[in-house]
Write a protein that binds this ligand. Sequence first.
Ligand code: ADP
Ligand code: MG
Length: 344
Amino acid sequence: MFENKGRTELNQLGEFGLIKHLTKDIKIHHHSTVKGVGDDAAVIDLGDAYQLISTDMLVEGSHFDLMYTPLKHLGYKAVVANVSDITAMNGKATHIVVSIAMSSKFSLEAIEELYIGLMAACEAYQIDLVGGDTTSISKGLVVNITVFGQVSKSKIAYRNGVKEGDLLVVSGDLGAAYLGLHILEREKRIYLEKPDFQPDLEGNDYIIQRQLKPEARIDIVALLEQLDIQPTAMIDISDGLASEMHHLSDASQVGFTLYEDKLPIDPIAYQRAIDFGLDPTVAMLNGGEDYELLFTISQTDYEKIKGTMEISIIGHAVAMQEGIHMISKSNIKHKLSAQGWKSF
Ligand code: ADP
Ligand code: MG
């Protein structure tokens, strides 16, 4: 019998509070477990290299809407989200196992589409699909992938390695996946009101692709190696820049100063933010699912990285007690919460 402990609502803790609570008493039994909970992937010592393990679950209704998400894209994105977590350790994904739970509303042809997407991603990222599990549920679709990867011991990048003075760097551009989602949600609303209307996705290819078919930045890991730069810390941007900066801050016990005018955004994404009445900076700070890499490098590596097209230096690490701030374009210092920044 369980003792009666009363009742605590999950929303009192939030996602990260819940994970912290559930994992605080975990006991490690093996010396080979180098890192358990708390980074983008777990780290296991294989002797001559580290093995990386991470898992990610996508739930219909919470993470995707099949009204505008082709199953092929969903399969592709599910792999990418996992590969991205291995990439964020400066590693290379090698194997996945895939578990699916589906209701009877899905046909064989539909699930085949999902697998076409999964396999296309395995081809693109050179990953072997080596197992999984298949089951039924009363409603909807759930896709869970566990990914395995490897990294050499000297190359691994954790969340906790940031040093005061390090440069904060981001790959690619930010906010586009979030604005792509806005376009898709808008077209869905119009469709539900007037089903004979054709969706108008003209001119939005890039931002819709960023939402439906993102890529993991394995090219950045290769680039850093080529430039002979070891990131002091790294994380992937799945929940939004502001949230990931807080994770780096918590793990490394540093603060950050970020410069609004350095934040990278695609011109169409910028325009669509304005069209929707959103602040483009808010989209960059809070918009999730870009799967870009956020990392820090020592200032002494500046000469090696400056002028590199694929990345932007957006700020630097400061002392923990200074906190996390953004210097706006008008030179005003704003405190950044994990939810980012509310424009006014
Ligand atoms: P990410 O955003 O990189 O996918 P998450 O925020 O999902 O990472 O998870 C943060 C950390 O908590 C990871 O180390 C993950 O393995 C761990 N974690 C998440 N959920 C659980 C759980 N239910 N039990 C144990 N560990 C968990
Ligand atoms: Mg991650």
